[in-house]
Design a protein around this ligand. Structure first.
Ligand code: IPM
Ligand code: MG
Length: 354
């Protein structure tokens, strides 16, 4: 298992260090795990003048999987756009062909009170959001800022999806649904956008190959509402890049703690980039208070999807459940009566439970 480790910025290095402890513990158990580190984001800019240095992309292409912390920091906010940390993230997604982004939103029984919704609305919640990650208005051309004939300036982007892009992510969606509750809700804006009308048409076509999966369609505005009204109606949500960006942030808050949510971004051959859903949190970087569990759970997803080791994935997830049951909490998920611990101590606790 050759894994490229890209800690990135802010709390990235400290949370990734905890996930690396877990990988090292597994190595101690006889797994052949090889870790190689490289820079991305602001760290890439500082080290090599580029948020995605060539060496980082190359290492990632040569590895089986990539473990990423987070990118971004105040000091990079004023850089020209191509040099911003976020560009490193967008370019590595595109460069590795990681079109299928899996963002689970699940509520741990131990943390049900952390949600901003009533416990009965979210208890037992287990949604998988599948966001297309390399197309849509994020990458569509042309884009830019232009001057019109009347001298006025205009910003513009292009939303677009080609048939093959929709087809391949739809297949992933149906296959995931087959392994779960066999319900897939495709989210679009087909009442307004041509891109969405086409999306819906292709998703319906692909659905014919998966007769056991119950397919539904929802407009994105309604989906945003339904997610906070009755989130348990969803099993798998399939959607495009920009809608998925927005809905996955919304869904994460149903669980109360974005610090708990892992993600996987996969190519057509299950090679993947694994990262927590949360950002680099520069305000708490270096203070040993960040929650490393989302990153550790991302390692579980890596074992499940890239290495097809469901057994190890479950072992990691069970270890995380155990530390929660022991009452151990980082600040973001702390409740009175629990024991507050730091980032490194949380990593140690998971390794011990493992
Ligand atoms: C995400 C983030 C990124 C995105 C940003 C940082 C470019 O919001 O992973 O959801 O918009 O995809
Ligand atoms: Mg986002």
């Amino acid at each position: 298992m050759k894994i490229a480790v890209l800690p990135g910025d802010g709390i990235g290095p400290e949370i990734v260090a905890q996930a690396a402890k877990v990988l090292e513990a597994l190595r101690g158990d006889g797994l052949k795990i090889e870790l190689e580190y490289a820079h991305i984001g602001g760290a890439g800019y500082d080290a090599a003048g580029d948020p995605l240095p060539d060496a980082t992309l190359k290492l990632s292409q040569q590895s089986d999987a990539v473990l990423l912390g987070a990118v971004g920091g105040y000091q990079y906010d004023t850089l020209p756009r191509p040099m911003r940390p976020e560009q490193g993230l967008l370019r590595i997604r595109k460069g590795l062909g990681l079109f299928a982004n899996l963002r689970p939103a699940m509520v741990y029984p131990e943390l049900v009170n952390a949600s901003s919704l009533k416990p009965e609305l979210v208890s037992g919640l287990d949604i998988m959001i599948l966001r297309e990650l390399t197309g849509d208005i994020y990458f569509g051309q042309p884009r830019g800022i232009r001057t019109l004939d009347n001298g006025e300036q205009q910003g513009f982007d292009t939303m677009m999806y080609s048939e093959s892009e929709i087809r391949r992510v739809a297949h992933v969606g149906f296959q995931i649904a087959m392994k779960r509750g066999k319900k897939l809700c495709s989210v679009d804006k087909a009442n307004v956008l041509d891109t969405s009308m086409f999306w819906r048409e292709i998703v319906i076509e692909v659905s014919k190959e998966y007769p056991q999966v119950e397919l539904s369609h929802m407009y994105v505005d309604n989906a945003a509402m339904q997610l906070v009204r009755a989130p348990k109606q969803f099993d798998v949500i399939l959607t495009g890049n920009i809608f998925g960006d927005i809905l996955s942030d919304e869904a994460s808050m149903l669980t109360g703690s974005i610090g708990m949510l892992p993600s996987a971004s996969l190519d057509a051959h299950n090679k993947g980039l694994y990262e927590p859903c949360h950002g680099s949190a520069p305000d708490i970087a270096g203070k040993d208070i960040a929650n490393p569990l989302a990153t550790i759970l991302s390692v579980a997803m890596m074992m499940r999807y890239t290495f097809a080791r469901e057994d190890i994935a479950q072992r990691i997830e069970t270890a995380v459940r155990k530390v929660l049951q022991q009452g151990l909490r980082t600040g973001d998920i702390f409740e009175p009566g629990m024991q507050k611990i730091g980032c490194a101590a949380m990593g140690d606790a998971v390794v011990a439970a493992l």
